[in-house]
Design a protein around this ligand. Sequence first.
Ligand code: HEC
Ligand code: HEC
Ligand code: HEC
Length: 379
Amino acid sequence: MTFLRVIGFSVLLLLGYMGFAHMLPQVVPDTSEPVEVSTEGLDMDGMIALGESIFKGKGTCTLCHNGMGRAPDTLEMDMAATYPSRLADPRYKGVAAGKEGAKAIEDYILESMKDPSTFVVEGFGKKGTNDTESPMPTVDKAPIELTVVEMNAVTAFLQDLAGLDPTVPLPSADDAPVAEEPAADGAEPAPLLTSGEAIIDEYGCASCHDLGGSGADIGPSLNGIGNRMDRATVIEAIIDPNAVIAKGYDADFMPDDFGEALRGSELLVLTDYLLALPDAAPAAADDDEEPLATTGLESIDKFGCAGCHDLDGSEADIGPKLNGIGTRMSADEVKAAIIDPNATIAEGFEAEMMPDDFADQMDDSELSLIVDYLMNLPE
Ligand code: HEC
Ligand code: HEC
Ligand code: HEC
């Protein structure tokens, strides 16, 4: 469903790189009607850039392929030396077995995506399968659902990174354009947000960034950001936060799916709003604390939970859906999951993603309000 939006944003990212950000409004329509976006005409550099943004974003590849040992650290390892040894491995019986060269590596990468269990890198198989079954999802199936063009783009990116000339075909008129269908379940699309404040509220930016005096410091202060960053860099920081990591901060903290969630015009409104922010926050009020939230919903807004969790229809999916959580967890378990999120990790999700300092930030009353609210959320 979000494919087109992602392509839209990938194109946008490219334009950003090329310094044509001012042309964006014509390029990315923000209607909730089905839109058509063409990938036709992308050259190989474009494919490589698109592949990188998919690898780090929509494809969710970096959730596993990183330095944490869950999967081969693809972006860091020497692919040019490693992949040929995979093809020569007697355990490998796939399409590129015994072959050599860039084309064979293209085939190996594509096969790894479409049929991960064809060859399981030693030590990375599912537990108890003796490396015959891969834990990697099939990326052309739901929920990742990459298209052929997207898989080719990822392959071009990896080949380029390995120092090879990409061998994948460029997108042709047959591949594009594709129409983005309205939500299959008939759900109303989220209303279009038209002010910077509303977007920041919706996505909880101020719970990590000092913005308009929120004082949050998980990410850098965004006040006066226009003095140190240009437009294209701000756009990139929002839609591809791990491409460049702000000095003194950690990677993988800022959600990396804003590019999918935000519509084109929302991204522009947000960027303009940020660029115009004055250097210092307006003179801090007498009490520098945000006022105590007095309802569950207020507390959830204040701490930005809906930026990561599907809560009241926000559809965020960085963390598990919280609707109906009362039917599967006790109030004590919910409380523990909020104040000590890394003690138990929800199945299918990553550790270290949910902020672990809510205990310090929240008043006890706010915590109880949130727990009560969540326990009573219908499915
Ligand atoms: C849920 C975790 C997970 C995700 C998400 C994931 N992978 Fe993997 N991937 C693995 C594991 C584990 C292996 C090693 C086992 C195997 O060979 O199948 C692997 C193997 C691979 C290999 C072969 C690596 C080698 O060193 O030979 C490639 C290429 C690959 N993945 C590409 C991708 C791409 C591209 C994406 C995103 C579109 C992706 N993966 C998403 C877990 C994942
Ligand atoms: C869960 C915490 C979190 C949320 C939510 C979040 N960010 Fe970030 N953000 C970070 C962190 C951490 C960094 C620094 C690391 C990096 O560069 O990725 C960062 C970096 C940035 C930067 C680059 C700043 C610089 O000085 O380099 C911008 C711009 C930015 N964020 C904008 C936003 C916007 C706009 C939103 C809301 C749509 C948002 N962020 C939501 C944590 C967050
Ligand atoms: C930056 C993203 C992020 C934010 C912000 C965030 N969470 Fe989470 N949350 C996650 C992730 C990822 C998981 C799954 C991994 C884990 O269990 O730690 C999770 C897990 C949970 C769980 C356990 C769910 C289960 O099914 O086991 C609860 C409850 C929860 N979060 C509540 C909250 C509440 C309440 C807030 C706001 C105060 C919040 N989260 C803010 C990312 C986030």
